[in-house]
Design a protein around this ligand. Sequence first.
Ligand code: CP
Length: 338
Amino acid sequence: MDDLYTLVNKVPSKKDFIDTTDFDQVEILDIIKTARVVRDYLKSGGVLDTLYHKNLAMLFEQKSTRTRVSFEVAMSELGGHALNLAPGAIQLGAHETIEDTAQVLGRMCDMIMARVDRHASVEALAKYADVPVLNGMSDYNHPTQEIGDMITILDHLPEGKKYNDIKVVFVGDCTQVCASLMMITTKMGMNFVHYGPENKWLSEDYQKIGRENIKKYGGSVTVTDNREVLKGADFIYTDVWYGLYDKETPKEVYMKDFYPTYQVNDDLMNATENPNCKFMHCLPANRNEEVTDSVMDGKNSICFDQAENRLTAQRGLVLHFGHAAQATLDYIKQKEGK
Ligand code: CP
């Protein structure tokens, strides 16, 4: 049986967590393993302080509920501290460059997490800071969301199915969350579908990453506007139809692209022909636009488990990139007398 307390990669193979494409399947599974063991231990009343006196700087160029709260709570639960460096609160963008900010934060803090407008900014932080940098979402991807989503999918794996039997269908716009879901599901050898209008399909560059994953791990990538593809889905996932990067788009423009065909409603869920098909959403949601209340609040919705697993994931990530994952698992194993 798989040893829950032993990691293959006892230290991270890369300093930073910018893109899951930088890591192989085994290392991603190490992070997920740590996250799930720590979740169970804390839920059973265990206490941890393996990040005692460690500080995480959290840089936000945009608003956040889940990413901000989950990282702050994870650091606090593990004995460390998180600094919320919200827009307008520090010199970044006004009097100081990202490169200089990276060097300063790297000298005062043990890790940096950043949500940025442009992906190049998080890459610059990683280049100029001597400490690990974690990508809390850019216009290219959302890798910390990927870890939480994969934990949620594994928590709700249909009975009797293995990873490579799973079909995950993303419905709607090719947001960075859609791209990220494609990256992590194909890394796990699952079957990924993007079902959306042709002018909103995942780009060829993203699809190429999926195809590279399939070569190594199995699974498939399909991008289509054919509704037949919904049949047999195990998970339906959607995201808002307009995001942080195109919020000035008039509502009637995006409604024309997506409504009513790509709204996740009871008809769309029934089209899966799978009464156990689960509904996922990274949140926040525009209720009754991309998803109806009946689906979001329905019995097959796991979107709030998914939100909770952002915290599960962040614990695994700060421990792994804070070089404390194996020590934490050793400690839990000893406390549990195993
Ligand atoms: N899903 C997600 O990243 O949520 P926040 O924008 O609230 O962090």
